[in-house]
Write a protein that binds this ligand. Structure first.
Ligand code: PBG
Length: 323
């Protein structure tokens, strides 16, 4: 009955027609570029499993930040590689820590660019876990103190948004309280609310030198099999005071993004993680996928699922493609 009256192809007949009826759109302001900052000067240490990405010393980081601003990106998110790691992650919350100094430099040299900091301990502990280790597991409550101190020190350095990625219970409340008590009531928390224990973080752990020395992260990050649990995690984080939430990884978890979009009226970020990046780049290097089209389609699918913004290692390339 519908056919021949209805012919959906009519609205696909030309680029102009397709543009008119396009639902999900991309813009550079939706992209956040993750960057890795390390000690030294003039350092640009390529990350083997993430072609085009590097550990950058602060001077080179500032150059990258300028480019992010010029391209109109939404901002950047910083990860630190400290010179020394210890049992108590002391460099995570040191006022002269690598991220704290990097934030100060970027905020001073590139005004107007949004700087988010990742709040976690795994890059700073000698064992590579995201918190205080006791009896071969991460002890939740004492870890909250480290996270709160880290968030406050990042904010004091000038971070616009703090983003806890550790998956400890109660960390959003602990961070909110500490920020408020330190005079930072206006600093938003972007919580990695639904973060799965994913194999797709593999290349990142090379980049951030944060592979756990024993065991894995399954006692704190979520089981990839669980969708309802994501709703519970997001609900709790919002109750604790999260201003925005993130879902991570992105492409293998589009169903979670979609469900969150339908249930929560908050800004939702998605993290197209290192493994998603690397597998696309690898396929393109083999000539099996067209890189630029894959970038745009993957980012469009994340947007269509319901993400307001996406953390992606393709942020600069995507913005260039849109120019
Ligand atoms: C820190 C953290 C990780 C990522 C972001 N923050 C690694 C992990 O949980 O092991 C992964 C990002 C990526 O893979 O691009 N906890």
């Amino acid at each position: 009955m519908a056919f021949p009256t209805h012919r959906p192809r009519r609205l696909r007949s030309s680029p102009a027609m397709r543009r008119l009826v396009q639902e999900a759109t991309l813009a550079p302001s939706q992209f956040i570029l993750p960057l890795f900052v390390c000690e030294g000067e003039g350092v640009r240490k390529e990350i083997g499993s993430m072609p085009g990405n590097a550990q950058l010393s602060i001077d080179n980081l500032v150059g990258e930040a300028e480019e992010c601003k010029r391209l109109g990106l939404g901002g950047l998110i910083l990860f630190g590689i400290p010179e020394t790691k210890d049992e108590s992650a002391s460099q995570a919350y040191a006022d002269e820590g690598i991220v704290q100094r990097a934030v100060r430099a970027v905020k001073q040299e590139v005004p107007g660019l949004l700087v988010i900091t990742d709040v976690c301990n795994c890059e700073y502990t000698s064992h590579g876990h995201c918190g205080v280790v006791r009896n071969d597991d991460v002890d939740n409550d004492p870890t909250l103190d480290w996270l709160a101190k880290t968030a406050v020190s990042h904010t004091r350095a000038g971070a616009d948004i703090v983003a806890p990625s550790d998956m400890m219970d109660g960390r959003v409340a602990a961070i909110r309280k500490a920020l408020d008590q330190s005079g930072f009531a206006n600093t938003p928390i972007l919580s990695y609310a639904a973060k799965y224990a994913s194999v797709f973080y593999g290349p990142f752990r090379e980049a951030a030198e944060s592979t756990p020395q024993f065991g894995d992260r399954r006692t704190y990050q979520m089981d990839p099999a669980n969708a309802r649990e994501a709703i519970r995690e997001i609900t709790l984080d919002l109750e604790e005071g999260a201003d925005m939430i993130m879902i991570k990884p992105a492409m293998p978890y589009l169903d979670i993004i979609r469900t969150a979009r339908e249930l929560f009226d908050v800004s939702i970020g998605a993290y197209q993680v290192s493994g998603e990046f690397s597998m696309i780049v690898a396929a393109a290097e083999k000539g099996w996928l067209d890189l630029d089209r894959t970038i745009l389609e993957s980012l469009t699918s994340i947007r269509r699922a319901g993400a307001d913004f996406t953390l992606t290692y393709f942020a600069k390339r995507a913005a260039q493609l849109m120019a």
